[in-house]
Design a protein around this ligand. Structure first.
Ligand SMILES: Cc1cc2nc3c(=O)[nH]c(=O)nc-3n(C[C@H](O)[C@H](O)[C@H](O)COP(=O)(O)O)c2cc1C
Length: 175
């Protein structure tokens, strides 16, 4: 049985939900999954696992700096075992920006880090206006206006393709 670490960085809980979905699928495939937040103290040591998966959401164009710090600190251990990375963002709801090769945030992130994840995924995130503070809501509404997305402040929508998440889980199981 493989021991897998899924480490996630989340602000509003959606990346944690995707990580939990991956955990359940991998659990069903007979793999032992540990879920951890990058904000946990102490952080888990990747060297204690057979495979490592890292997932993070985008907020104002960036993944959490805690993620790049974790990657820098543990890059040797990451490189020494099967590993993967996934990004969660709203731009990925758009056809043409919904693949690792075409998602601008993931591509920019890969240019900034030395680690080369062996498997990559990008998932469309969740829009949840009622949850946001005033200015975040205004700015996201503006971005949605420009990118032809929903602007009604009552909108709560998960753009995530859960079938795509399950397919990624199968890829991880086979790694
Ligand atoms: C304040 C804020 C800023 C965001 N900035 C971006 C952005 O720059 N680009 C993007 O595609 N999505 C952006 N998003 C959308 C999030 O990536 C999306 O809601 C994701 O599901 C959040 O995941 P989390 O709950 O795990 O943090 C933003 C969301 C919020 C609330």
């Amino acid at each position: 049985m493989s021991k897998i670490l899924i480490l996630y960085a989340t602000t509003d809980g959606h990346t944690a939900k995707i990580a939990e979905r991956l955990r359940r699928a991998l659990d069903t495939a007979g793999q032992a999954v540990t879920l951890a937040s990058v904000a946990d103290h102490p952080q888990p040591d990747p060297a204690a696992f057979d495979k490592v998966v890292i997932g993070a959401s985008i907020r104002y164009g960036r993944h959490s700096p805690l993620v790049s710090e974790f990657i820098d600190r543990y890059q040797q251990a990451l490189d020494a075992r099967p590993n993967a990375f996934f990004s969660v963002n709203l731009v990925a709801r758009k056809p043409g920006k919904d693949h690792p090769e075409t998602n601008p945030y993931l591509q920019k992130f890969l240019r900034r880090i030395a680690w080369r994840p062996r498997r990559l995924a990008v998932f469309a995130g969740k829009l949840d206006y009622p949850r946001y503070g005033f200015w975040d809501r205004k700015i996201i509404q503006l971005i949605m206006l420009i990118t032809k997305g929903p602007t009604d402040p009552q909108t709560v929508v998960e753009f995530t393709d859960w079938g795509q998440v399950d397919a990624f889980a199968r890829t991880l199981a086979e790694m």
